[in-house]
Structure formats: structure tokens, C-alpha cells
Design a protein around this ligand. Structure first.
Ligand code: SF4
Length: 319
């Protein structure tokens, strides 16, 4: 098998919970607990799950914005798990990010030209108007908009500006953390189509975080489903949509709109709220909400197992 562009092994991130005037440590939030996956060049791995499942924490660990508790992160074969800020900087050429809120991601006092040129300046890459105009064109902005300021753009245009900035250094990987969640539905599709086209043109890989499967369906090659800090299913997109092997994936799929009412999926209703990651349920963490839970699920933790080629799931029903 070819070397993965990004390989994450057994990643954990625990945040201490402190209370009282002495800020005594009273527990830990197990935000990410033993997450492993690989992402190949030019491919997209979609990571989905409800709010608080740990997907954005995974993204922040990969971007080296926070320090993992344990596990490893390899980028293009290099272990970047514990690189400090100074050593991470040169890797920013190949590792970029797009976040949810384009408004706060952009410096409101900088012109669009300077925003897109900033990463090039940081790496002493020569800049001219033609280079920046080409980037604007690539992301569907008009070159004359180079001299506008962020408040003069619509929400979708601002996200295009963020994408142009991320693209400037021709990275091999862009971590997209809920990049369309703040946009109108019609604009969401345009931005996803743009990212798909740019992937085809530049061979960029995306780690694409979203809270529902409908958003990642179009862009992903493989999808990881997370629940309460763990990946519970990881599969090629088609296999995951056609033959889900975990009840939580089935529940997420039931929420995806289907254009043909005849083909409407069976409703899977989840009971209750996501439990606290400070004290996750025993056994299978999903057992308190799983419509298919049985006695063994409350005591025994299911491990990720291959249920088909390249298709892993963690559920006792697959034994
Ligand atoms: Fe549901 Fe049990 Fe499977 Fe967990 S192991 S998903 S509780 S059936």
C-alpha cells in the first residue's frame, strides 16, 4: 500500500476538568479516545458526528493547534505529533485549514488582496497582481474584487476568499472544519462543488469535518463516523451509505433527505442526548441510545472490526 499523506494512530485528547478556588483536577473530558485513520493524497476523508463527538478536536490536533494526550500524527511520513509552533511553521506550506466562520477567519482591516497574499509573503514567495488574480479566478471571485474588504463580500464569497488564501501555497492537505455550516444551503452546495473541482485541479486531500452525512456525501471518498470521542464506523462512501454496519450510522443516514419518497429510509429515532464525555457509558458508549442494544453492550466494549474490504465498524451485532 502506498504511503498515506496523513496517518493518525490511536489519537487521544483528554482535557482536565478543574473545580474550586484551588482549581483541583476533578476529572477529564475524554474528547478524543483512540482514533485511527489514514488519508491518501488527493482524497477526501469525511468525519461526521453530532456536536461534541470530538471531530473538531481531531482537526485541531492534526493542525497542531492543540497538543494530543497520546497517539501519533504522521504527515507525508513525518511524525508531526509533538512539533512545536516554530517547527510546525514550515509544514504550513503543505497543511492548511478552512474553518466554519469565514468572517472571523479574515482580518477585517486587510484588503482581499493582502489576505490572499499573506501566506505567500510569510514564505517569501514573490507576489504580483497576476498571481493573486489567478487565485481569485480559481475560486470564482472577480479579480477586481481584490481591492475590496471582507465586509464587502457575501458569506459565500468570504468563504471563497478563505479558500483562495488556503490554496495560495498549493498545500497537499486542507483540514476543513465545518466549512459550510454557517452558509445558506444553496451556497453550501456551491462551496462543496468548488472544493471538489479544486481537488481535481490540484490533487489536494481534504480532512472534511461536518455534523451530518448529507454535507460530506458529495465530496468524500471515505467517511469516518464518530460518537463520543471514538470512530464507530470507517468505510468507503458508497459502502457506508448502502451497507451501514453500525446503528449510529443508520440513525445519521435516516436524517439524510432522500429525493425519492418511495426509497425513503426507515426512521431510526435516537433516544436522549449524547452522554457526557467526562463519564462515558460502560461497554459500548452508544448503548444508552442504541435501538438495537442488548445485555452484552452494557459491559463489553466493541472493537473496530473489518466487516467487508476496507470497511470497519465497532458493534457486537457484527460478530
Ligand atoms: Fe448498539 Fe450494542 Fe452495537 Fe453498541 S454494540 S451499537 S449498543 S448493538
Amino acid at each position: 500500500m502506498a504511503e498515506a499523506l496523513l496517518e493518525v494512530r490511536d489519537l487521544t485528547k483528554h482535557f482536565p476538568v478543574r473545580r474550586g478556588i484551588f482549581q483541583r483536577r476533578t476529572g477529564v473530558v475524554r474528547a478524543v479516545d483512540g482514533v485511527s485513520f489514514r488519508l491518501d493524497r488527493g482524497q477526501t476523508l469525511g468525519v461526521v458526528g453530532e456536536s461534541g463527538c470530538g471531530k473538531s478536536t481531531v482537526a485541531r490536533c492534526v493542525l497542531r493547534l492543540i497538543e494530543p494526550t497520546s497517539g501519533s500524527i504522521h504527515l507525508a511520513g513525518e511524525d508531526i505529533t509533538h512539533l512545536d509552533r516554530r517547527k510546525v511553521r514550515p509544514r504550513r506550506r503543505q497543511l492548511q485549514a478552512i474553518f466554519q466562520d469565514p468572517y472571523s477567519a479574515l482580518n477585517q482591516r486587510m484588503s482581499a488582496f493582502d489576505i490572499v497574499a499573506e501566506p505567500l509573503r510569510n514564505f517569501d514567495v514573490p507576489i504580483d497582481e497576476a498571481t493573486i488574480a489567478e487565485l481569485f479566478d480559481r475560486v470564482g471571485l472577480r479579480p477586481e474584487q481584490m481591492h475590496h474588504y471582507p465586509h464587502e463580500f457575501s458569506g459565500g464569497q468570504r468563504q471563497r476568499l478563505v479558500i483562495a488564501k488556503a490554496l495560495a501555497l498549493r498545500p497537499s492537505l486542507i483540514v476543513c472544519d465545518e466549512p459550510v455550516s454557517a452558509l445558506d444551503v444553496s451556497v453550501q452546495a456551491q462551496v462543496i462543488n468548488l472544493l471538489t473541482r479544486l481537488q481535481g485541479e490540484f490533487g489536494i486531500a481534504y480532512l472534511f469535518i461536518a455534523h451530518d452525512l448529507a454535507v460530506v456525501e458529495h465530496i468524500s471518498h471515505r467517511i469516518a463516523v464518530m460518537y463520543l470521542g471514538e470512530i464507530v464506523e470507517l468505510a468507503p462512501k458508497r459502502a457506508l451509505f448502502e451497507r451501514p454496519a453500525h446503528p449510529y450510522t443508520e440513525a445519521l443516514l435516516a436524517a439524510v433527505p432522500v429525493p425519492d419518497p418511495e426509497a425513503a429510509r426507515e426512521r431510526v429515532l435516537l433516544k436522549g442526548d449524547v452522554p457526557s464525555p467526562i463519564s462515558p457509558p460502560s461497554g459500548c458508549r452508544f448503548h444508552t441510545r442504541c435501538p438495537k442494544a442488548f445485555a452484552r453492550c452494557t459491559t463489553e466494549t466493541p472493537r473496530m472490526k473489518e466487516v467487508a474490504a476496507d470497511h470497519l465498524a465497532a458493534c457486537h451485532l457484527n460478530d
